[in-house]
Design a protein around this ligand. Sequence first.
Ligand code: ADP
Length: 270
Amino acid sequence: GEIRLVTVRATALTQRLTLLVLRDITERERVEQMRRDFVSNTSHELKTPVGAVSLLAEAIESAADDPDQVRNFASRLSAEAHRLGTLTSRIMNLSRLQAADELNDERVVSVDEIVASAVEAHTVQAESAGVQLVRGGARGVHVRGDAQVLSEAVGNLIANAIAYSPKGSSVGIGIKPADEYVEIAVTDRGIGISEAEQERVFERFYRADQARSRRTGGTGLGLAIVKHAVQRHGGEVRLWSREGRGSTFTIVLPMVPSPTDDPPRKPARK
Ligand code: ADP
């Protein structure tokens, strides 16, 4: 009997080991597949603006006698080049976040400062779109992380809120501490996102509506960057939206006690 028991145990162990090895292979295959998809999607997405740039360069050459046309093509060329620049830097940022490269994320940083710099970086965009940015909420809240990465994440939400909002509307950026977490919410009264599409907007290169996104010059990478940046900080992104009414994207991050939250020390006596 004893021998059989041992055999059974050994078999169970082998099975478990096999399962673990299989799971590890599947995980590695999944990661490898994701990497392949990323490369292939990326090359595909780069082809369009690269193609446009070379077509426009040719058009400029053949329109050399017509200054108006040259100007027209040149300004479109510059817009495409700009778009290519944005796309490239976003691809780099996303691949860095996905690659588990080390982040500069051990510092205690102020949420006010993160939000302030994200707002600051988008004042020009807001002004030219005729959208007002309204900051509000708690002060003196801190998180642990990479201030630049987090600020870019908040900035991407602000950029979208502006891009998908009508002229004359306002975008709210609020900070709300809740238990061990802090919520950074960006609210707009823009076009909104249909329920069916709400899950998909965080996918790389996904745009809710090709035509309307193309008009805003989107890359489809902004929200994927937000998601990865926030997850790398142990947080999550929530989305509330109604078509035609607007959207609220909320970044939820673990909060660290602020230096001012420390119990007051007794003054040292000699
Ligand atoms: P994009 O560069 O196209 O804006 P994102 O990844 O930032 O890419 O967003 C993906 C898609 O989600 C957008 O193309 C748009 O369709 C939708 N979206 C994102 N933010 C908003 C918003 N605030 N209001 C409405 N739609 C939005």
